[in-house]
Design a protein around this ligand. Sequence first.
Ligand SMILES: O=C(O)CCC(=O)C(=O)O
Length: 293
Amino acid sequence: MTTEGQDDSSKEEFTNRINKQKGRISSEFIEETKYLSQSQKDSWNENGFILIPNFYPKSKCEEINQTVIDIVRSMVDNSEEFNHAYIDDGHIGIREMKPPIKIENIEDEMSKVFRLHQKGIFNEFIKREDLLDMLQDILGENIDCFLSQFIFKNPGAWGQPWHQDSSYFPFDRAPQVGAWLATSPATEENGCLVILPGSHKEPLHEHLPDDRPGSNYGYTEIKDHDFLKETPLLLQTGDLLLFHSFLMHKSFDNKSKHRRTAMVYHFAETGTNFGEIDSPTNEWISVRGKGLS
Ligand SMILES: O=C(O)CCC(=O)C(=O)O
C-alpha cells in the first residue's frame, strides 16, 4: 500500500470512530451560579461560550510561547529527518502537514504540542482559583484537566474546519469545557477562531474527513449545517474563551506573515469515564475537589 493509501485508511478509521457519537446531546445547562455573573451564565446557556477579556498577563503569555519553543527545540533533533510526530519528556509534538511558507527554526514547522499541563507554567495556569471558580459553576465541584495543547498556527497554516470537540471525546458524560487562551492577537487575517453561537444545543453532527490534500491528521468537518451566523472571535493576547464541547467552531487560515498562537486546555468532571482506551494525548490531572485528596 502506498503511503497515501495508508493515510486514507487511517483517516477513514479515525472518522468512523468519532462518528460513533453522532446524535448525542448535552442537556446540562447552568442553573445555580456562585462565581459567574448573570451575563456570563446567560452567555454560556444561550450561546455556548464565555469570553473573559484580559484574563492572563501578556508577559505570562510570552513566557508560555517561549517555553513551548524551548520544548520543541529540545524535542526535535535537527540532524534527523523530520518526522510527523515526536514524543519527548511526556510531551507530544506534531508537525504541520502543509509545508510552511518560511522556515528559520524548527517551531516554524510545528502544528501543535500536546500534554503540557503536568508541569511549570502550564500547570500553574490550570490551578488558578479564578479559572477554577468559573469552571466549578459549569462542571461542579470536582474538576480534572485532561487535555492541553499549544497551537502554533504558523503563517500559511490552514485553519481547522467546523467541528464539535465532543466528537473527539467518547466519554460517559458531557459537556467538557475548552479554555482557549490567546497567547498572541487572533485576527481574521491570522486565523482566529470562528464559532456558531447556540450550536451547543444541537446534537453531535456527522464529521467527515477534511478533504483538503495535506490537511492535518485528525481534522474532520461538519458539512450538514449552514453557518450563516458564524461569528469570528477577535481576541487580544491574554483573552480567554471558555467554550462548551458541543459548540460548533472552526478557525480561519493564517494568511498573515506572523504566527498566531493559542494555549488550549480541556476540563471535565472528575470521575468521567473515558471508555476502554484513552487517547494518547489525554492526561487526567485533578485540579479541584475530591480528586485532590
Ligand atoms: O486554534 C485553532 O486554530 C483551532 C482550535 C480548535 O478548533 C480546537 O481547539 O478545537
